[in-house]
Write a protein that binds this ligand. Structure first.
Ligand SMILES: [Zn+2]
Length: 113
């Protein structure tokens, strides 16, 4: 389950922010997860709860925003919306799509005190 290592990355980002911005407690974490990032929101919530236990983010609310996936077709050059990692070009049907957005996850916002 790669969500566990992603959740650990999120925790590292939170701890770094806590050091630089000097906060003691995290109340809300807003995660932006690309549609093509292959991250299961439910698994992410479960792992987030596990890795934040005993930390300054314990009990924090996790909000997940899904960002759309887009790709560029290497065959016809079209810019297409992608629903899954391995899709077909909606304009020419080619499977040669290069993902241009939506395959990443990032911490978009933190509500702290
Ligand atoms: Zn195409």
């Amino acid at each position: 389950m790669h969500e566990m290592s992603l959740a650990e990355n999120v925790m590292q980002i939170i701890e770094e922010s806590a050091r630089t911005q000097n906060f003691q407690r995290v109340r809300i974490v807003v995660l932006e997860i690309g549609k093509l990032a292959a991250v299961e929101p439910d698994a992410m919530r479960f792992c987030f709860d596990a890795v934040t236990r005993g930390t300054l983010a314990q009990g924090a609310q996790l909000q997940i925003i899904e960002s759309p996936g887009t790709g560029a077709c290497l065959a016809c050059g079209a810019e297409v919306e992608m629903q899954e990692q391995y899709g077909l070009c909606s304009s020419c049907g080619s499977p040669r799509l290069k993902i241009t957005a939506g395959n990443q996850m990032r911490v978009k916002d933190l509500a702290v005190e």
